[in-house]
Structure formats: structure tokens, C-alpha cells
Design a protein around this ligand. Structure first.
Ligand code: DC
Length: 206
């Protein structure tokens, strides 16, 4: 079984997807990490993440250990990820890996285009959203807990800019699949989101 979980940044997709995967005994892939790793590799080499040649070379050379590194969640990696993600050749280079991962034993995958491009035939598709204010508040609390002194306003501006870039790009823009279940977590905490999503999935999967 393939469960596709898409939606904008900081909507709670990752936490939800990880918990659903554990509950159903399925492997889990955070596909944002692939784009983050490509962006980080380009930065590390002194390149520009918006340069298609550098970004595509990094995507083609990506190894498993690159997306297990610890520096993929900061603001620089987030921005670089969004830049490389708009390059069609980068997306093409990462597509086969994602399909192989899912096709091995089934999986829960979270990202932006899982239900539309990577697995359009997924049995279950959730499009997870929350208001910008709720998403910024959660991401801000997360970063502060890690000792990052970033302001709420900066987090909000960063999320808004990435949403805009992800939704407007020509290559696999962020959009809900026609057959996705819309799941708004603005008023839910992580436990409520998990139990409601699991109930929806069980109902949909029969
Ligand atoms: O989910 P995330 O915040 O870790 O994603 C980082 C960036 O990668 C985000 O700006 C959009 C992009 N991305 C994408 O284009 N397609 C995916 N399947 C996953 C992430």
C-alpha cells in the first residue's frame, strides 16, 4: 500500500506520516530530505542552488548518507531545497529513487508531489494543510526548542516565501491531487491529527 501525504511546509506532514507508517508497519520516506540534501551539497561545493547544472549534478550523485546528515533543517538548507526543487532535471533525478522505495514494500511518503506525480495511483492521498499562522507558530516553537533564536516574523516570512515558490513553479507545483482527502490541522494537536488521519485511512482502505 502507498500512502501519499502532501502539503505546504510545516503543516505537520512529517510527524503525521511517521506515526501513520509506524502504526501500519510501513516504511516511511521524508522526500523533502532528498531536496534538502541536494541543496546542501550544492552550497557545500560553493555553488548556487538555483543553477540547474550544479543542482542536477548533485541530485544525480546523491547517496543515502547525504540525506542522513544533521544540517538539513536550517534556514539555508530550506531555502536551497526550495530552489533546487524547482529544477525539472533535479526532480527527474530523484523520481526513480522515490518510486523504488515505495514499490519495494509499500510506504508512507510525504512531500509536495507524491499523490500527483510520484505515485498518482496511491491508494490513499492526504493533503495536509494548516493556516500560515498555525504553521509559523509550530515551526517557530520547534526551532526555539533547538536553541535557534529566530523570530516568529522571520519564520512566517520564510514559510510564506517557500509556499509561494513551491506553488508557483512550473515543475510539479504544490497542488492537491483531485482524489486527495483535504486534512486541515489548524485546530488539531499532533495526537488529534494522528488519530483522525488513521481513522480516515482505515475507512478509505476498507
Ligand atoms: O518538506 P520540506 O520542507 O522538507 O521540503 C523542502 C523543500 O523541498 C520544499 O521547499 C519543497 C521541496 N519539496 C518538493 O518540491 N517536493 C517534495 N516531494 C518534497 C519537498
Amino acid at each position: 500500500m502507498i500512502i501519499a501525504i502532501d502539503g505546504p511546509a510545516a503543516a505537520g506532514k512529517g510527524t503525521l506520516a511517521r506515526r501513520i507508517a509506524a502504526a501500519l508497519g510501513l516504511p516511511y520516506l521524508d522526500t523533502g530530505l532528498l531536496y534538502r540534501a541536494v541543496g546542501r551539497l550544492v552550497l557545500e561545493a560553493g555553488g548556487d542552488p538555483a543553477d540547474p547544472v550544479a543542482a542536477t549534478a548533485a541530485a544525480r550523485a546523491l547517496r543515502a548518507e547525504d540525506f542522513a546528515r544533521g544540517d538539513l533543517r536550517d534556514a539555508a538548507a530550506s531555502k536551497a531545497a526550495s530552489q533546487v526543487a524547482s529544477i525539472p532535471e533535479v526532480r527527474a533525478a530523484l523520481l526513480a529513487f522515490q518510486r523504488r522505495f515505495g514499490n519495494e514494500n509499500g510506504a508512507v511518503l510525504d512531500g509536495r508531489d507524491i499523490g500527483t506525480i510520484i505515485f498518482p495511483e496511491a491508494e490513499i492521498k492526504l493533503f495536509v494543510t494548516a493556516s500560515l499562522a498555525a504553521r509559523a507558530g509550530r515551526r517557530h516553537a520547534e526551532l526555539r526548542a533547538k536553541g535557534d533564536e529566530v523570530t516568529l516574523e522571520a519564520v512566517r516570512a520564510d514559510l510564506a516565501a517557500r509556499d509561494e515558490a513551491d506553488a508557483r513553479r512550473a515543475a510539479a507545483p504544490l497542488v492537491a491531487a483531485a482524489d486527495a482527502i483535504l486534512f486541515d490541522t489548524t485546530e488539531m494537536d499532533a495526537d488529534a491529527a494522528f488519530s483522525r488521519a488513521l481513522a480516515l485511512i482505515k475507512a478509505r482502505a476498507g
